[in-house]
Design a protein around this ligand. Sequence first.
Ligand code: PLP
Length: 374
Amino acid sequence: MKYEPFRLERYFAEYEFSINRQLSSSDCESISLNTLFDLLDYEEKKEFMNMTFGYTESSGSIRLREEIANLYSGFTPDEIFVAAPEECIYLTLNSLFEKGDRIVVLSPIYQSLVEIPRAAGCEVVMWPLLNREGNWEIDIDFLKKTIREKPVRAILLNFPHNPTGFMPSSEDYRELVDIARKNNIFIFSDEMYWLLEHDYREPLPSMCTVYEDSVSLFGMSKSFGLPGLRIGWIATKKKDLYSKVAHLKDYTTICSSAPSEHLARIALRHRDFFIGRSRDIIRSNIDYAVGVFEDLENILEWNEPSGSSVAFPAFKGNIRASDVSRDLVKGHDLLMLPGKLFDYDDRYFRLGLGRKNFKDALYAFKKYLESRYG
Ligand SMILES: Cc1ncc(COP(=O)(O)O)c(C=O)c1O
């Protein structure tokens, strides 16, 4: 096989649907079709009932792309390309990279963002996020040094970041763009957790609106809580990249699902409801988690997230997250993702803060830790 197994997705494939209490889901709570219907006015309902199931435009229906383009100032529908989020990564990275390209990838990272360039024969430099006393940081000096050593073709970013919930300051974000522009470096910006900035933070501007040599990825899976739609998109001003992605999609799904496109368009129109709801759930879960981590301060280390629906805390001492997660799935009906699945230190584990039953899962986790390590 050209690609290494996707550790996290294989782990989920094994346990996600047999374990009831999820500690590490990255998506936000979903809603029923009934709830969605309650949001719609008469015209929208009529339009939904008259929907047909034909093929759609390969790049996404024009009406969906119009709605998406509204999210990005200065963008038109023909600069938006629709596909499932993971498919967008596959199509875009395969269109961008060739053997020998030197690229910098933030670390830890959602595995396909590093695996696809590696399989294409790129020289991949991992750019580690730093953890300074419970706060995540990017190391701009590391990036500058890497660029000085040898030219870099692209940087792959993901803010707000999975799994840490990290977001750079506006100053660091601007400096990153300046460095890329000065050195002629392309930016792939995975923004799947966009609009989930925590209360005290302003959303960062989407990369494609502040840097012309870039592509931004977003979609319905995380912030909107609608991963089952399988609708995502890229936004880019790079026409050559856009055509290559379109070319490749003819060999994956040809076009997206018509009902999903329709529902995504409706959800985008009601985005304040969806995003507000997700943020409320996350805020309440973070408050609860902080309390639990205070109670268990001898065992657990809280690492502050500044956005997204995830956080990446750690165990103290010799406790290994992979041992704990094995124990949890075996006898405690709890699913937790150890840092190892992100090719990272085994003290760390991911928390998923977007689900309504997170508190129940965390409470059970607390009881387990108290009895085992307390
Ligand atoms: C950073 C990041 N990018 C992309 C994806 C892929 O999204 P999807 O599963 O909806 O295809 C995920 C999913 O977890 C993610 O966390």
